[in-house]
Design a protein around this ligand. Structure first.
Ligand code: SF4
Length: 598
């Protein structure tokens, strides 16, 4: 180990001299573990009992950091994570020259530094002085409090003002021009643009057509070329393409481009997987939760039915990319006998009272097929709620025709059966007059429309998701879930560290009214279902790896009901995430408290 790295570690340990002393001593590892535990226990007691003047929130922060450190050095955590954080630190200090020790990354040092800052009560999260309204009572206090809340709101506006919404006038103008440029290319009319079948028929499926319609970076062009060469599903509806800025670089349409244009990393990682075992892409282990083809079940009362395994366009990070087919694939729809069998399975499983129709995108099916499916489900007395998961409201709003809505709404019978739509807006720049009209067509008939947001790198800047939730409510969509992007290697570019999701919920979403922040932030545990990240007692940090990635243990939703297993997950590095944000022009000191979410 380079002496420079050892010294860097020792400098960080200087923050807690007794810890450094233990680490540089000649004691064996178990002795060190014992001593550190004692030290942390003592520190916990002295922080809590002996120094009551510490402000309550600093107290909580210190307690959490101490708890995390104790957990990380436990034998149980080491077994679960298959890594000893304590031995690693010890090796850096003592074994450097004798044995080969993995070089600690700047990410590792940053994690350790912040963890120790947390333990020593030096987290640097709060301003030095306490808010002035706390010093007074009555009206004076209320006025000062009101002024401080206004400042908080104005500060958040500074972030929000940086993001564009598709309902802004200048965005409308840009989209109008984009639409006419695309129509000219296809020699088509305004009327054809409004026809969903025309849109599907003209979906852009190759790099050269795409390049003719919108400026691409070299990487974007090559990635699409490679995707097509290897038959990786790819496609963009002309409508969705019109949401992209013609010239990239202003940062407005990052989320839109990233949604459908794969990166080289994605393509290479996917090809690597496919070369070995395609089913390894099934991160969610859907194959282990599918009792019969076309059905997935993770909960006692809910079943998923997947009548079609393709979409009007393909999202790069799709969790079902291992089974989603190309957009015009003839084999994507479940055959009639298989669909009937799947429906029979639901009919014979009376415990199911809610069915989610998804895929793929069920609104790719003809009106007749959709109506038929709803009709069959509605004849099952135990099915009282039918959710339709469709992204067409965002990618192909032309699909939401009056006839489709008519075919759906007559199954929605208040008091007997509820039909609802779950869609997937990712960014306020995706919201348009057309998508709002599509939402309103359902809403005007009493059908609720919910949104599932996948929280990715491309919508994770400060208050970006807050603006989305705010705009969604204005167009009639209720935020439902915010998902942590999946731990799939090929979608590493999209992933956001868990602490950022927690920070977003507590520091940004929390500033919005309760009617806007109605979503629950979740990590979808493979095979088991959703883990509510908001509840700290449902997950633990159990290690920090040499590359600075935290290892988490997630508890399953039924942890007090059945003795199922926990799930161990390696997150992406906070340090690396912040560096990427910085390269996108973010001031990373705005994200400072991220380190203290566990
Ligand atoms: S709309 Fe949903 S199912 Fe279709 S590609 Fe996107 S994430 Fe996958």
């Amino acid at each position: 180990m380079e002496i420079r790295l050892k010294n860097k570690l020792l400098r960080i340990l200087n923050q807690i001299p007794p810890l450094k002393e233990i680490m540089i001593s000649d004691d064996d590892l178990e002795e060190k573990r014992k001593k550190i535990r004692k030290l942390l226990a003592k520190r916990l007691i002295s922080t809590f009992d002996d120094t009551p003047e510490i402000p309550s929130l600093k107290w909580v922060l210190t307690r959490d950091a101490i708890g995390t450190f104790r957990r990380i050095i436990s034998n149980r955590s080491e077994t679960l994570s298959e890594f000893s954080f304590l031995k690693y630190m010890n090796d850096i200090i003592h074994e450097g020259k004798k044995n080969k020790v993995i070089k600690p990354s700047p990410d590792f040092f940053a994690e350790l530094n912040h963890l120790l800052r947390g333990i020593s009560g030096d987290a640097d999260v709060y301003p030095k002085s306490i808010p002035s309204f706390l010093k007074y009572k009555g009206v004076k206090s209320a006025r000062l409090r009101s002024a401080s809340l206004s400042k908080m709101a104005r500060d958040s506006e500074k972030f929000i003002d940086r993001y564009s919404c598709g309902l802004d006038d200048d965005a409308k103008r840009r989209r109008y021009n984009n639409k006419h440029r695309i129509l000219r290319y296809f020699k088509a009319t305004d009327f054809e643009w409004t026809n969903w079948k025309w849109q599907l028929h003209h979906a852009i499926k190759d790099a050269d057509t795409l390049k003719n319609l919108v400026n691409l970076t070299e990487e974007e062009y090559h990635a699409v070329q490679l995707a097509r060469k290897h038959r990786i599903p790819f496609g963009i509806t002309p409508y969705y393409l019109s949401l992209m800025d013609y010239v990239p670089g202003k940062g407005r349409d990052n989320a839109i481009r990233a949604q459908v244009i794969p990166s080289m990393h994605y393509i290479n990682a996917l090809l690597e997987h496919k070369a070995h075992d395609e089913s390894s892409l099934d991160f969610m282990l859907e194959q282990d939760t599918s009792p019969i083809e076309g059905i997935t079940r993770r909960y006692p009362r809910i079943a998923i039915i997947k009548p079609v395994l393709t979409c009007p366009q393909i999202c790069v990070y799709c969790q079902r990319n291992w089974e989603i087919e190309d957009i015009h694939s003839h084999s994507a729809a479940l055959s009639k006998p298989k669909l009937d069998k799947a429906l029979d399975w639901i009919a014979n499983t009376p415990e199911i009272n809610e069915v989610l129709i998804t895929g793929g995108d069920p609104f790719l099916l003809s009106n007749e097929k959709i109506e038929n499916l709803l009709f069959k489900l509605s004849r099952m007395k135990h099915v009282e709620r039918i959710r339709i998961g469709s992204r067409t409201l965002v990618t192909l709003p032309q699909r939401i025709t009056e006839t489709l809505v008519k075919d759906v709404i007559h199954f929605h019978i208040p008091g007997k059966r509820e039909i609802l739509i779950v869609t997937h807006f990712e960014h306020p720049y995706e919201i348009t007059q057309q998508s709002m009209d599509a939402v309103q067509k359902f809403r005007s008939h009493g059908i609720e429309v919910y949104n599932q947001l996948v929280y990715t790198f491309y919508n994770s800047r400060k208050f970006e998701a807050s603006l989305l939730r705010h705009k969604l409510r204005l167009i009639g969509v209720t935020p439902y879930y915010t998902f942590s992007a999946k731990g799939k290697e090929e979608t590493e570019d999209f992933r956001v560290p868990i602490p950022r999701l927690l920070q977003e919920q507590q520091e940004e979403a929390r500033l919005m009214p309760g009617t806007v922040r109605t979503d629950e932030v979740v990590f979808n545990v493979p095979r088991l279902g959703k883990n509510y990240l908001r509840a700290v007692q449902h997950h633990d940090v159990i290690s920090i790896l040499p590359d600075g990635r935290r290892v988490y243990e997630f508890h399953p939703w039924e942890k007090k009901l059945a003795l199922v297993d926990t799930y161990v997950y390696t997150d992406v590095s906070i340090y690396n995430y912040l560096k990427r944000l910085q390269s996108y022009g973010e001031n990373i000191s705005d994200y400072n408290s991220i380190w203290y979410y566990y």
